[in-house]
Design a binder for this molecule. Structure first.
Ligand SMILES: [Zn+2]
Length: 325
């Protein structure tokens, strides 16, 4: 053997932690191949109570170094943002003798920072903090633009933005909320309720902004019909005590009925026309736009209804058939 056991035993802890150099590693492996005593020493290290401690310490060192790198990146990024920000501050004061559009630049930088620095700095729930930062800074940016332009459109811009963000991200946010008991079991219900409130808020701010007196009745009625349909689907999917197939069937049939009649309902609300386009369908004649329209609705209803009925029947059949063991 080229190396003494004493020398190898000195190197073994480093070898075990994967911290020794390539030549040392080769020397240890060459020795281990020929020396059962040192192999036994290495095997015993796995059971050594200190090895767990070493592992934890190593992880702590890596985490600490990671934190250090993160702070450095944020510091460099912050300095890089500060230079154009200061330039804008000076130019705004010199040219306008006051600060106005500078705040738009500041808010825009905050939007940028919310998407870059916040995910780096947040220790836990990075997604949640990033989304909060992004939403708040975006609203501030809208407010700054609106004030600078002397507009009165802040709410009519902010509420639809909130509604859009909520529709996409609220399910993810709701999953992370630290809820207990009944609210924790009905997170989806909570999301639907907030989305519905925001939808009505959008209708309300648009109505207030337009100032048209004949806006409210049709807007509220059409929104309510569509919201009720969305709630019906949601309640069927989430709470109906039936198999997945049956629920899929009910939803398919409901979408077919909704899709083939909603235009008539909207025309009824808007113009008082009480006519069901479907009744004018004639599948053997397609030569006018009205016929194409009516026939398409009929096909949607027939196909959707048939698929829905088949799914419901399949779901019921599966329930009736005793399970094989
Ligand atoms: Zn040895």
């Amino acid at each position: 053997m080229r190396y003494s056991c004493e020398l190898i035993k000195d190197l073994l802890p480093l070898y075990y932690d994967g911290a020794c150099s390539a030549p040392s590693r080769a020397a240890v492996e060459e020795h281990l191949a020929a020396c059962p005593a040192c192999r036994q020493t290495l095997a015993a290290m796995g059971e050594d109570p200190y090895s767990g401690q070493l592992q934890r310490e190593r992880e702590q060192v890596i985490a600490h170094y990671g934190d250090h790198l993160k702070k450095k990146a944020v510091l460099i990024g912050g300095c890089a943002l500060l230079v154009p920000l200061l330039a804008c501050l000076v130019v705004n004061i010199v040219t306008g003798h006051a600060l106005d559009w500078f705040f738009i630049v500041l808010a825009a930088m905050a939007v940028f920072a919310s998407l870059t620095a916040v995910p780096l700095l947040a220790v836990r729930k990075k997604g949640l903090w990033t989304l909060c930062g992004f939403t708040c800074s975006l609203l501030v940016l809208l407010l700054c633009c609106c004030l600078y332009a002397g507009g009165d459109w802040f709410w009519v811009a902010a509420v639809p933005v909130l509604f859009g963000l909520a529709a996409v991200f609220l399910p993810m946010v709701a999953r992370q909320l630290p809820l207990r008991g009944a609210p924790a079991r009905h997170r989806a219900l909570l999301v639907m309720a907030v989305d519905t409130l925001l939808l009505y808020a959008v209708i309300a701010v648009c109505g207030a902004y337009s100032g048209a007196a004949d806006y409210w009745r049709p807007a509220l009625l059409i929104t309510t019909v569509c919201a009720l349909f969305a709630w019906l689907l949601f309640l069927a999917i989430r709470y109906l005590p039936a198999s997945g197939l049956t629920r899929a069937g009910i939803c398919t049939a409901a979408v077919a009925i909704f899709g083939s009649t909603i235009q008539d309902v909207i025309f009824w609300i808007l113009y008082g026309e009480r006519e069901l386009t479907l009744l004018r369908a004639d599948l053997w004649h397609w030569h006018t736009d009205a016929l194409v329209n009516a026939n398409t609705y009929l096909l949607i209803l027939l196909v959707g209804g048939a698929v829905g009925a088949a799914l419901i029947e399949a779901g019921l059949l599966r329930r009736r058939t005793p399970k094989k063991r």
